[in-house]
Write a protein that binds this ligand. Structure first.
Ligand SMILES: O=C(O)CCC(=O)C(=O)O
Length: 269
């Protein structure tokens, strides 16, 4: 039996892998046990306060969420959870067995209530976009695990996905859409209510996972409190830096087309 403070997640099922492969995303009910959720939420609130905005104002201006990083894989409490996520990422990628999953990032993603004034980013809607171009890598295969740290209803600004969009190719950088617009304004042919999932309802510990190629978005947080979520991202171990300047990581000292380094981006699966 796991030690009480060891953070863990369960393995994805064959049905969840099939859903992810077909639609580009999957819901993972009860992905993280309640004890892990409680530890993660305590960690988040210690850094961000109970209102979710007690941390330093991030220089990365975007309306999606107020971000706060953790100690990542170097944090011994988090490492078992990240390793579990890596094993799941490897299973979802379905590449050759020699390709592992590499840690890319993890952070608390708190969507702040739209009704409250704040200096912090993350008090707006997550307009629909893909992640791929922003990650500045030479291949897709990466993914995002989005874990609810509280019961979250759609009015708190939960995730919604365009099924099958992971097969539509590369659809622009999220910063290139005009003010107030999103991916559907540049690609109106993708507007298809039959393919767009309803915004998810999550119980604390439920998660979704989406491919780096999947179009996704979320509404504003219309509740009175912060939307507590924890995000972990992973890539195939053979992904290389494309040479573009990413927002997600510093490329200082990196060489064009090098694999992501083991020190910052260790193999976790
Ligand atoms: O948390 C959100 O609202 C957006 C998250 C997102 O865009 C992502 O996980 O790629």
């Amino acid at each position: 039996m796991a030690a009480p403070d060891e953070l863990t997640c369960r393995a994805v099922t064959a049905d969840e892998i099939a859903h992810y492969t077909e639609r580009g995303w999957a819901k993972l009910p009860g992905f993280v046990p309640r004890t892990t959720v409680a530890e993660l939420l305590a960690m988040a609130q210690e850094r961000m306060g109970s209102d979710g905005k007690g941390n330093a104002v991030s220089p990365m201006k975007q309306p999606f969420f107020n971000p706060e990083v953790t100690g990542g894989p170097a944090n011994s409490q988090l490492r078992p959870l990240l390793n579990g996520m890596g094993r799941n990422a490897k299973a979802l990628m379905q590449r050759s067995p020699r390709i592992e999953a590499r840690y890319f990032g993890d952070f608390f993603a708190v969507k702040l209530p739209v009704s409250r004034e704040t200096e912090h980013p993350g008090a707006g809607a997550t307009y629909f976009h893909q992640d791929f171009t922003n990650w500045a890598l030479d291949r897709s295969g990466g993914m995002t695990f989005w874990i609810a740290l509280a019961d979250l209803a759609p009015e708190s600004g939960t995730m919604s996905f365009l099924s099958g969009s992971h097969r539509e190719g590369v659809l622009g950088h999220y910063r290139t859409y005009a003010e107030g617009e999103d991916i559907f304004d540049d690609f109106p042919e993708l507007r298809d209510p039959a393919r767009l999932s309803e915004p998810m309802s999550y119980a604390a510990g439920d998660a979704t996972v989406h491919s780096v190629m999947t179009v996704h978005g979320a509404g504003e947080n219309r509740t009175d409190g912060p939307r507590w979520a924890y995000i972990v991202t992973a890539n195939p171990s053979d992904a290389r830096w494309s040479g573009a300047p990413p927002e997600a990581y510093s490329t200082e000292g990196m060489e064009l087309r090098q694999e992501l380094d083991d020190a910052r981006f260790p193999v976790i699966g």
